[in-house]
Design a protein around this ligand. Structure first.
Ligand SMILES: C[S@@+](CC[C@H](N)C(=O)[O-])C[C@H]1O[C@@H](n2cnc3c(N)ncnc32)[C@H](O)[C@@H]1O
Length: 231
């Protein structure tokens, strides 16, 4: 277990390029991910299944801003983060009452939560960072109550042209003097951000015991939002 965790932490440190900067980037871009559209979807798909004092699991919680938003929204509830990158755990600072974080590897999380203890779970831009997402999805299903729901937002497969136009620039990519190390970084991230299609995520969810309630393409098809219910 310890060996797997260390491998994951090293892989994430490379993928995030510079941990402290990436933690700050996640804070700076939080409002763009958890925007009005997100909260409208939350009201439509997630809120109807929340209990009076909801328990919400946030997979890959980064610097913890969503945990804080949940605590503010649902006083008396329980917002539980799962995270394993040390720079993210440090960037969380002291969490307010109602928030907690579990340091676990989502490649095989065994969370100290009873079966059916969770109302809803969120995986925001995290599944693409996993070598395989099956154990995480199966563990979320175990922790969710019957009818509990999972909200996923993630990168999905898009053509290279769309990716280059949004993430870097054609001048940069095709310039013969661009350093090889930079090209390797861009193309490695292209593969990592293109791990699954929106349909693949639906397939994984269905085979992990969820019914997909909604699947929406976002941002020129580079991202997808899926909502699934524990069957
Ligand atoms: C792109 S960040 C998104 C953070 C946050 N969910 C948000 O949307 O603001 C993905 C987070 O998932 C965490 N993560 C990725 N793989 C993980 C794993 N195997 N175990 C635990 N956390 C992981 C990363 O460390 C990172 O903080």
């Amino acid at each position: 277990m310890q060996e797997m965790l260390e491998r994951t932490q090293a892989m994430l440190a490379r993928h995030h390029r510079h941990g402290e900067n990436f933690a700050q980037l996640m804070k700076d871009t939080f409002a763009g991910r958890f925007n009005d559209e997100f909260w409208a979807a939350w009201r439509q798909w997630i809120e109807p299944v929340l209990s009076a004092s909801p328990v919400v699991l946030d997979l890959g919680s980064g610097p913890g801003l969503f945990l804080r938003a949940l605590a503010e929204r649902y006083p008396g509830g329980r917002a539980i983060g799962v995270e394993c990158a040390s720079y993210m755990l440090e960037a969380m600072g002291e969490l307010p009452a109602g928030c907690e974080v579990m340091c676990a590897d989502l490649h095989d999380p065994r969370l100290p939560l009873a079966e059916g203890a969770v109302d809803a779970a969120v995986a925001s831009v995290v599944l693409h960072e996993l070598n395989q997402p099956l154990r995480a999805l199966q563990e979320v299903r175990r922790c969710l109550k019957p009818g509990g729901r999972l909200y996923i937002l993630d990168w999905v497969r898009a053509p290279l042209e769309v990716y280059v136009r949004n993430e870097t620039s054609e001048e940069q990519v095709f310039d013969p003097v661009t350093p090889v190390s930079e090209l390797e970084d861009i193309f490695t991230h292209f593969i990592e951000h293109n791990r699954f299609s929106r349909e693949d995520l639906g397939y994984l969810l269905e085979h992990c015991g969820f019914a997909v309630l909604d699947s929406t393409a976002l941002r020129e098809g580079r991202f997808a939002r899926l909502v699934a219910e524990k069957r």
